[in-house]
Ligand binder design. Sequence first.
Ligand SMILES: *Cc1c(COP(=O)(O)O)cnc(C)c1O
Length: 358
Amino acid sequence: MYDAVYTGKLSGNGKYTKKCQHFFEEKYGFKKTLLTTSCTDALEMCAILLDIKPGDEVIIPSYTFVSTAIAFIRQGAKVIFADSERDTPNLDVTKLEALITDKTKVIVPVHYAGVAVDMDPIMELASKYNLFVVEDAAQAIDSFYKGRPLGTIGHLSAFSFHETKNIIAGEGGLLGINDERFVERAEIIWEKGTNRASFFRGEVNKYGWVDIGSSFLPSETTAAFLYAQLENINDIQLKRISLWNSYFDKLKPLKDKISLPEIPSYATCNAHMFFIVCNSIEERNRLIQTLKDNGIYSVFHYLSLHKSQYYLEHFSERPVLEEADKYTDRLLRLPMFYELAEVDLIKITNCILDFYDV
Ligand SMILES: *Cc1c(COP(=O)(O)O)cnc(C)c1O
């Protein structure tokens, strides 16, 4: 960051932006990546790149963050909500085909907690119905599906470096491009609708306005901060995974009383979060209070988007999504951050074991 400041290049697409992009392209094998100011922005770029227009339908899980929906709704799309699986909050691919109509344009799987959605059936549906797949990989850095890095499977993908994620830059994101057809236009949209990126490479001798776009580039100070994190990604991941494993081991005696996270055989766990699923909303509220009384801060997560105020006010459909509702009511996230000490983790798990009389 010091270097970015003192070399006098603070705006975007400089040395550290290129280093970060190169890191992702080399380590995970993306065709091209572009650093963005957030994952939300990267998803908005996807919606622009895919020419989403009013009337188009985009299938997303209901149990997700608002950004997955608004990026497409801003372009006029209608979101169609998919239910979660029984055993994970990820969208249930077995119920997906029934949601596809002749207006469907995109499927957006969200790798919840960094655990892969079953991608092969989604990619098969996409080629059968001629759809695009955008992976919301906001939580999914350094996680894999059948050995393939998440974010490299769909046509496009979006990552987040928000301070709540594994690898952080305060606010920041990344657009992953796996389909070569999108590379050139993505750079233009990224640079306010200009062909400035190809000018810098000497491909054109002046640059100008050629398309729509916005200022999707983060500054070099953000990129430099991010690059320092990326240099330490192995340490960060080892620490988080060891915390995750401790939680799992210590809470295993509860496996017949509550639900512990399930990692399907095709997926890896990048220890983005550790959650449990209680038996009822009342039980979850009591547990949150008990933890709080012991100085432990635990939080639930999404209110399924099909039950959100915005959706209810703007759309007339009332889908019944029981699994998404279940996670809305009963999922509880336990403290998970790099600095979390093992002694504190034991205090947390003991408190939960006591709560369930185990
Ligand atoms: C965090 C998150 C986002 C948004 O990321 P920002 O970088 O804050 O825009 C989008 N989708 C999911 C699933 C997330 O967890």
